[in-house]
Ligand binder design. Structure first.
Ligand SMILES: Cc1cc2nc3c(=O)[nH]c(=O)nc-3n(C[C@H](O)[C@H](O)[C@H](O)COP(=O)(O)O)c2cc1C
Length: 186
């Protein structure tokens, strides 16, 4: 099983990277092959809205998103992570989701399912606010957006309260995230 992680944070070793990696580690412990893509290290431009992808050649922006398109084709699951910025996903995460447009047909059916049909998804959020229900409406909406793209949404994980310290310091969280990753494989 191939599982890719995407981290839409500007921090390479921040709360979200640690969270997504912990989920991937849980999946790897059950035998999955995993690979993490971090926007902190990648050049992923915003969608130009040029329509070039409608000419069958895929996205015309030749940046690091091309590697993610290739990985998505053979992935069985995606772990998508973003910090909450201004009650929403980050600009980096939004660039990623907008760029998925190049891989969907005009009817919004994803072409990245052609090689590997069922794609599971875990959405992982981190937020400074300690109230994990604070942004529920937006987080639910985002899960619905992924469902529209025909991902099988397994779970939305919310790591709240990072204002008080790095996510890795939260008691029991590593184990909880490991179980989320393992459940993706089982
Ligand atoms: C520009 C900006 C906006 C933020 N907006 C929110 C917010 O609306 N709600 C919240 O709970 N935390 C907010 N935060 C805190 C981040 O969500 C939190 O620190 C997160 O865990 C950072 O993840 P990272 O370490 O992976 O970058 C914001 C942080 C920044 C820098």
């Amino acid at each position: 099983m191939n599982i890719i992680g995407f981290v839409g944070s500007p921090h390479k070793s921040g709360n979200t990277a640690w969270t997504v990696q912990a989920i991937l580690d849980g999946a790897a412990s059950e035998g999955a092959n995993t690979h993490l893509f971090s926007s902190a290290e990648l050049d992923i431009k915003p969608c130009a809205g040029c329509g070039g992808c409608r000419n069958d050649g895929g996205c015309v922006l030749k940046d690091d998103m091309q590697n993610i398109y290739a990985a998505l084709k053979t992935a069985d699951a995606l772990v998508f992570g973003s910090p909450v910025y201004m009650a929403q996903m980050t600009a980096q995460a939004k660039a990623f989701t907008d760029r998925l447009y190049a891989q969907i047909s005009p009817r919004f059916s994803p072409t990245f399912k052609e090689e590997n049909a069922g794609k599971k998804l875990v959405v992982a959020w981190t937020q400074g606010n300690p109230d994990g229900g604070k942004f529920k409406a937006y987080l639910d909406y985002t899960a619905q957006m992924f469902a529209l793209l025909e991902f099988e949404v397994q779970e939305s994980v919310i790591v709240a309260g990072t204002r008080a310290g790095h996510a890795s310091e939260q008691e029991g969280l590593a184990e909880r995230l490991k179980n989320v990753g393992a459940a993706l494989v089982k």
